[in-house]
Design a protein around this ligand. Structure first.
Ligand SMILES: [Zn+2]
Length: 290
């Protein structure tokens, strides 16, 4: 390359590159803003918390593959037909890989969200319920993120409805007996957390259900009391998610041997999200079919 060509090349790099980067960023931003409706970015929600695995790289039993961490072939979960807990990871906005545990949808559970029972009537045209689904089992690039989102990924389903719509308890698939109220108070905005014992894969397992962003908790709900299928839990609102009126519904499996009620009583509602207490779960595994 001649001297003049080199100068031209350097000038081109110096002036064109920042413009090109700006263009790429703005195109990506536009693309993010124009994602399909089920990925509407809601603010003030956190994804599954970190589980204390390595800060960088992929969690044990997985290998990096492009943007994702994939399971090693032949790495059987050893739990038969139950709901296996699997690792996944996503790249946070700061660039750090965040590994976490999660329970993906079991293959025999239908994919379509509209086939399941929810605590509120459908709020979308055409009788649809879910505007933003569970994505923590997906590769990093397919998890929910947006310019205003602090957290990457979505560990529940978002159900838009009118403010004040009554939210009614859904008894879970294979539930034994009534549920009970584990916690009411701030978590995902104003939140009610219920506990349910399920017979699964030949054993009893506890799950918790989070009803988030409520306008208000149902009068008289008290921790430790039983709650029956269809009972009033609270009212749809936008606490912790201003202007985006919807119900955030999240299901988590309580880890074996954990007395979640005792932990919440001792240390507060955030214990429900602690990695050594519960594992986030695709709600389709436990919501009853319609
Ligand atoms: Zn949500």
């Amino acid at each position: 390359m001649g001297r003049r060509a080199r100068v031209l090349y350097r000038q081109a790099v110096r002036f064109a590159l920042p413009g090109l980067l700006t263009l790429i960023v703005s195109v990506l931003g536009t693309a993010a803003a124009e994602l399909p409706p089920r990925r509407v970015p809601f603010t003030f929600e956190r994804a599954a918390p970190k589980d204390g695995l390595a800060a960088a790289g992929c969690p044990p039993g997985t290998l990096p593959d492009g943007n994702a961490c994939v399971r090693l072939p032949g790495d059987d979960d050893g739990e038969g037909p139950g709901a296996p807990e699997l690792p996944n990871a996503h790249r946070e906005r700061g660039g750090r890989w965040a590994p976490y545990a999660q329970i993906p949808r079991r293959p025999e559970r239908p994919l379509g969200y509209d086939l399941y029972t929810y605590p509120i009537p459908p709020g979308l045209p055409g009788g649809h319920h879910v505007v933003s689904g569970y994505d923590l089992d997906r590769p990093d690039a397919e998890q929910r993120r947006g310019r205003t989102l602090r957290a990457v990924g979505h560990g529940g389903v978002d159900l838009p409805q009118a403010r004040g719509t009554p939210v009614k308890l859904v008894a879970l698939e294979h539930q034994k007996g009534d549920g009970d109220i584990l916690y009411t108070g701030p978590l995902f905005g104003t939140t009610v957390v219920t506990r349910h014992t399920l017979r699964e894969a030949g054993q009893l397992r506890d799950y918790v259900v989070l009803y988030g962003h409520l306008d208000a908790v149902a009068p008289g709900l008290a921790s430790g009391t039983a709650i029956k299928d269809g009972a009033l839990v609270g009212f749809v609102g936008d606490t912790g998610s201003p202007e985006l009126v919807h119900l955030h519904l999240e299901t988590r499996r309580v880890r074996e041997g954990v007395d979640i009620a005792a932990r919440v009583a001792r240390s507060g509602g955030a214990e429900v999200l602690a990695d050594d207490a519960t594992v986030v779960c695709d709600p389709r595994n436990v919501l009853p079919l319609r």
